[in-house]
Design a protein around this ligand. Sequence first.
Ligand SMILES: Nc1ncnc2c1ncn2[C@@H]1O[C@H](COP(=O)(O)OP(=O)(O)O)[C@@H](O)[C@H]1O
Ligand SMILES: N[C@@H](CC(=O)OP(=O)(O)O)C(=O)O
Length: 450
Amino acid sequence: MMKVTKFGGSSLASASQLEKVLHIMREDATRKFMIVSAPGKRFAEDEKVTDLLIELGEAVLAGTDTTGFQTKIMQRYQQIADDLKLTDAIMEEIKAQLEKLLTLDVTSPEAYLDAVKSSGEDNHARLIAAYFNQAGLKAHYVNPLQAGMIVTNEPGNAQILPQSYTKIATLRQLNDIIVIPGFFGYTETGRICTFSRGGSDITGSIIANGVQASLYENFTDVDAIYAANPHIVSQPKEIAALTYREMRELSYAGFSVFHDEALIPAFKAGIPVQVKNTNNPTAPGTTITTKRQAIDTPVVGIASDSGFCGIYIRKYLMNREIGFGRHVLEILEDCQLNFEHMPSGIDELTIILREDQLTEAVKATVLNRLKQELAVDEVKIQHHLALIMVVGEGMNHNVGITAKAATSLANAAINIEMINQGSSEVSIMFGVKEADEKKALQVIYQAFFD
Ligand SMILES: Nc1ncnc2c1ncn2[C@@H]1O[C@H](COP(=O)(O)OP(=O)(O)O)[C@@H](O)[C@H]1O
Ligand SMILES: N[C@@H](CC(=O)OP(=O)(O)O)C(=O)O
């Protein structure tokens, strides 16, 4: 039995948090691989080291003063090192690593920013390994390159390459605790490339798959995954068990507690994922597996996210025009736009996408091409949409889920802009105006859980 244990930024934000983490790692000898994030927030208004590093990198690229950011970043590590009474050697190493960032090649700004961002986890992994050894728990820092994390060359959005897994499997032969920084890998040409934000969860899942772990533990700052975002719904129900599919839907739709891309590697190797609380490690947490026992409640969770828009297209007899949909999607592809949903009717089609992709120039191109090449009767963009996702594997045995959610919205006088349900029936999406997002989530939650 061998576990991969990932600690998020909030679990590693200060010396007192690191003491809890040491205790967690020490009390279970099967916790062999440890994946770490950069120091996160110690309190609500605090700054994450990753955010400070992004500001530092942007200042370097803009040629503006960087000393303020350098000082703040060094102080975060120094404070931890001082409180844990670590030797000077580790801070010398971190200082040298940070100084090196200022001398790196900036010809590719995106690649440069990734190198800067990745140092948050890299330096923290070095510090944590040093701390464990000083406390008498043998640990080794292993860089993602040594670990075999080879990724695509997509800065800020890397994906693991399949050949990585063979090398990762050899990590099983190493002794003691292996501390691997999360969030980044190396391209085939040896450049650092990070996953998307929150991507240390992805590293943990990849390592769990590669070493064939018996469990992937993900330690964070809540007792469990809740049925709704606790910042919007007060005291939501804890979820004891979820399937990979449910979790992927929920995390993609707004449950930021676990990265949606972190499900696939664990799922492919059939490794259960357990989300647990560093501040309350005896709480059972949430377990994510292929199947869960007793699907008694049809809905397990409700997620929401804002920042979407809809491109509404209407054309009489659209349904008879072969290739119409393909042509619309080709225009989106040419503009490098990702879309999320595509609800349609006989003479109409809506493409839902993240609003931040639609710059004025892209918007003009898309609208012009739709008008000219497809001779549509009407095309308009609906801005500021939020999507509410009602998720549960049990929904396909239950009639009336859509009606129940829609009734709760109607009773709260919230207009439904659109509804979409995939044929797998694991989720139903409701589009509402951003201004209605919180209220909509609260009333749908009440309808299913109160
Ligand atoms: N449905 C949910 N269940 C639990 N936590 C949630 C949920 N939705 C959002 N969160 C937020 O996710 C946070 C944990 O994720 P994150 O900040 O990424 O943690 P970490 O620092 O461990 O990586 C929680 O503190 C909580 O505010
Ligand atoms: N530090 C990175 C990666 C990460 O996973 O962080 P956290 O575990 O704090 O969500 C980020 O902020 O995006």
